[in-house]
Ligand binder design. Structure first.
Ligand SMILES: C[S@@+](CC[C@H](N)C(=O)[O-])C[C@H]1O[C@@H](n2cnc3c(N)ncnc32)[C@H](O)[C@@H]1O
Length: 280
């Protein structure tokens, strides 16, 4: 049976609430060394020097698949919007770049993530960041207010991507830039598309590069391009699926990891998507 958009978002939100609350972040079979809960930050492309100054909680609860602030050329004084800001890692990095004259807004639907983001912002001492609860399909942001839209591994989770693309175009100021890290996928088997855990793990809802680019162009953005691409191999897929987002009961996690190793190799990629809103 088809799940409604609300059902999908509820399930995704519950999965991330559970993931950030998983104590030491020690998943089945890994006990001993505590580990990163989401995607390891090095795999996502963050430099150690970038992370040193951040609250540990923001780094440990990072679930991104890229580093959108690294390639966004953020300028002092700009307004930045982070779609699905999670615990706030990219909010903090963006706030440093835009400085006290600039402004950073984070939107996320999950209470637990917003609470953590607020705590991490307070701990880091930034006063130019604000987080708002909401859906990326219906952004609680004024029209034309944003210079740069960033996002890290979130749009793939939306059950209505055309709506997200339209909202991105609406909130961007003329001349505004888009810098999104996300997962894309080609030729996924039906069992993957239908698996709720693989949806929350950012794989089952991922669309192709072509669909992504055409969706953004149809929403009215220009110069839409894929700037970088990292095709995931078996090791990287196991890392992604090994996070707390996949349930461990009844051997399901092991089974998924095994299947992923053989069937998803080369079909999933992390990309950097760029674009611009035309000036009138
Ligand atoms: C993979 S995590 C990424 C979090 C953060 N960007 C990072 O890099 O750590 C996905 C986040 O997007 C949020 N999210 C997923 N779908 C959403 C939607 N439709 N509207 C708003 N937030 C959403 C989740 O609550 C979660 O915090």
């Amino acid at each position: 049976m088809e799940r409604s958009s609300d059902d999908i978002r509820r399930q995704v939100s519950e999965a991330y609430t559970k993931a950030v609350n998983t104590g030491c972040g020690c998943g089945p079979g890994c006990c001993g060394e505590p580990r990163q809960k989401g995607t390891p930050v090095q795999s996502a492309g963050y430099q150690a020097s970038q992370l040193e100054a951040l609250p540990a909680d923001a780094v440990e609860n990072s679930f991104g698949c890229g580093n959108p602030t690294a390639f966004s050329d953020l300028l002092p004084g700009e307004t930045v919007l982070d779609l699905g800001c999670g615990a706030g890692i990219d909010l903090l990095l963006a706030a440093e770049k835009v400085g006290p004259e600039g402004r950073v807004i984070g939107v996320d639907m999950t209470d637990e993530m917003l609470d953590r983001a607020r705590r991490n912002i307070a701990a880091a001492g930034y006063e130019n960041i604000e987080v708002r609860q909401g859906y990326i399909e219906d952004l609680p942001v004024e029209t034309g207010a944003v210079d740069v839209v960033i996002s890290n591994c979130v749009v793939n989770l939306s059950p209505d991507k055309p709506r997200v693309f339209a909202e991105i175009a609406r909130v961007m100021a003329p001349g505004g830039r888009l810098r999104i890290s996300d997962l894309v996928a080609e030729g996924l088997p039906d069992w993957v598309r239908g698996d709720a855990d693989l949806y929350s793990s950012c794989i089952a809802g991922a669309v192709s590069e072509q669909e992504y680019v055409e969706g953004l162009r149809s929403a009215g953005l220009q110069e839409v391009d894929i700037d970088e691409r990292l095709v995931y191999d078996v090791v990287q897929l196991r890392e992604l699926l090994g996070s707390e987002l996949v349930e461990g009961g009844n051997g399901h996690k092991d089974e998924l990891l095994q299947k992923a190793a053989t069937e998803l190799d080369g079909k999933v990629a992390s990309v950097l998507v760029t674009g611009r809103k035309a000036r009138p």
